[in-house]
Ligand binder design. Structure first.
Ligand SMILES: Nc1ncnc2c1ncn2[C@@H]1O[C@H](COP(=O)(O)OP(=O)(O)O)[C@@H](O)[C@H]1O
Ligand SMILES: CC(C)(COP(=O)(O)O)[C@@H](O)C(=O)NCCC(=O)O
Length: 453
């Protein structure tokens, strides 16, 4: 465990001598020791563990309470040590493991995305696993009651929260559970989460070749940290791999609504644009027009539909391409433009769902591309849960970026789609640890009393 320097005050010499903590701050099991040595080490470890518990009690949760979905990430330490960790902390971890990690579904609507689990990651000087869980935000009151009934709130835990709901529900969490959120800004958390996950998961990022060609479409991993694609791994294996991400890049977050950000460096970003035509718009149209009950149902319907029966294309108006301005005949000229035609009875709900999907993607693609062009940036990273189980949208966006930029801009996608805000807000742990340490040393404020920072 990388005990922050201040935690080591007074015992540092003995700890290093007894090899409890590595010089780079990594925790390590003690090699076999003689009995007096063991007693000595044990006492030292009790002191350390108390300092650590004082600094930031486990378990650690990151919560992104969005307009539609709440994303919960749970960091489960795997570097636990019976000599170092207090028994209470280990018991809590076991209780949570038994409930969260042994199940894949919770209540009526909670789901753990097991395939996204990230192993062997380091957060705030601990090593562990990140688990990914989501549920509809409208179930938040039920979630609060569940946490209460399972007694999770009593286990002194550290909850970092972001998204609009971190503000909206903070009073309920406090009143019902006695939990105060460490709040983080959602866009800052989004970028921190993207950079953290991309750095920890070499296969996180991908792009499509020939996105709209059913036969030739291929998905390739983009090794973001080394700016190369996985197909060249072998031939370039001896090359030096650069650390960190390649700047600049554009992020287009498609949640309920859409935010487009320009990222120029670590912690250096601006929100350049946005749109209300996003995931909520698509889901809402499908609910009202197609009577879909779920997002998954809407996507399945759209997969079987044809937007050409609903949208007016350039060729429906021009009889072919509109050459002089470079508009191909199969471009959508007017979304839903055929819905007023006298033969509209032939339009199926599948076609309406597909048109809703294409309309949403076209609008988002155009905004994201404009931002990339106006800022002179070539890589556009699309994230957000609108892209969940939705390769049609990703492939459509990939094609649009390539086609309208004449191949100069590339659409990239990340496999943890909508979870970056929840991961990124865990970064608050580092700030809180630092603040608590300062407070203990007589400087600064107590973060427990100032969780809104
Ligand atoms: N299981 C689901 N339930 C509802 N919407 C979903 C689901 N899976 C994907 N979506 C899509 O994801 C969007 C929400 O994306 P998300 O990134 O979680 O945003 P937010 O933070 O606004 O909730 C929805 O508007 C919908 O289009
Ligand atoms: C307000 C929001 C940041 C909230 O984030 P979300 O829950 O949609 O992920 C987002 O919905 C948004 O950027 N809407 C578009 C607002 C606009 O620029 O028109």
């Amino acid at each position: 465990m990388s005990c922050p320097q201040n935690m080591l005050n007074g015992v540092a010499g003995s700890i290093l001598e007894n090899d409890v903590v590595d010089s780079d701050g990594k925790r390590r099991r003690i090699p076999s020791l003689s009995l007096p040595q063991r007693e000595n080490a044990f006492l030292i470890m009790i002191q350390i563990s108390h300092s650590i518990v004082d600094d930031l009690p486990m378990p650690w949760f990151g919560l992104d309470i969005g307009g539609t979905l709440t994303k919960l990430v749970y960091f489960e330490p795997t570097d636990t040590d019976e000599f170092i960790d207090p028994e209470t902390e280990r018991l809590v971890a076991k209780t949570i493991h038994n409930y969260l990690v042994s199940n894949k579904a919770y209540g009526e609507a909670g789901v753990r995305d097991v395939y996204l689990q990230l192993n062997n990651v380091n957060i705030n000087a601990r090593t562990g696993v990140i688990h990914f869980i989501r549920f509809p935000t409208e179930r938040m009151p039920y979630f609060i009651q569940l946490v209460k009934s399972k007694g999770f709130a009593q286990m002194s835990s550290t909850v970092c929260a972001t998204g609009g709901g971190a503000i909206k529900y903070s009073k309920d969490a406090e009143q019902e559970l006695g939990i105060q959120f460490y709040k983080a800004d959602e866009l800052e958390s989004l970028i921190k989460g993207i950079e953290f996950v991309a750095a920890n998961n070499p296969d996180e990022c991908f792009y499509y070749d020939n996105p709209l060609d059913e036969e030739k479409c291929r998905k390739f991993i983009w090794r973001w940290s080394s700016a190369r694609c996985s197909s060249t791994d072998e031939e370039r294996k001896d090359e030096h791999v650069k650390d960190g991400l390649q700047y600049p890049y554009v992020v287009c977050n498609i949640g309920s609504g859409v935010s487009v950000l320009v990222v120029r460096g670590k912690s250096q970003f601006e929100r350049a644009s946005g749109s209300s035509i996003g995931g909520g718009f698509f889901a809402g149209l499908c609910c009202m027009l197609c009577k879909c009950e779920t997002f998954e149902e809407a996507i399945e319907l759209a997969a079987r539909g044809d937007n050409k029966n609903v949208d007016k294309l350039v060729r429906d108006i021009y009889g072919g391409d509109y050459d002089s301005v470079g508009l191909p005949g199969d471009t959508v000229a007017a979304s839903f433009g055929k819905c007023c035609a006298s033969d509209r009875e032939k339009i199926r709900v599948e076609d309406l769902a597909r048109s809703a999907l294409v309309t949403t993607c076209n609008n988002i693609g155009s905004i994201a591309l404009n931002v990339a062009i106006s800022h002179g940036i070539d890589r556009i990273v699309f994230v957000g849960n609108f892209l969940r189980v939705n390769p049609i949208a990703s492939r459509h966006l990939a094609h649009a970026m390539n086609f309208w930029s004449k191949g100069t801009k590339k659409a990239l996608f990340l496999s943890h789609e909508g979870y970056f805000g929840a991961v990124g807000c865990l970064d608050k742990l580092v700030d809180v640890t630092e603040m608590r340490r300062n407070h203990r040393n007589g400087n600064g404020v107590d973060p427990v009393m100032h969780k809104d920072s």
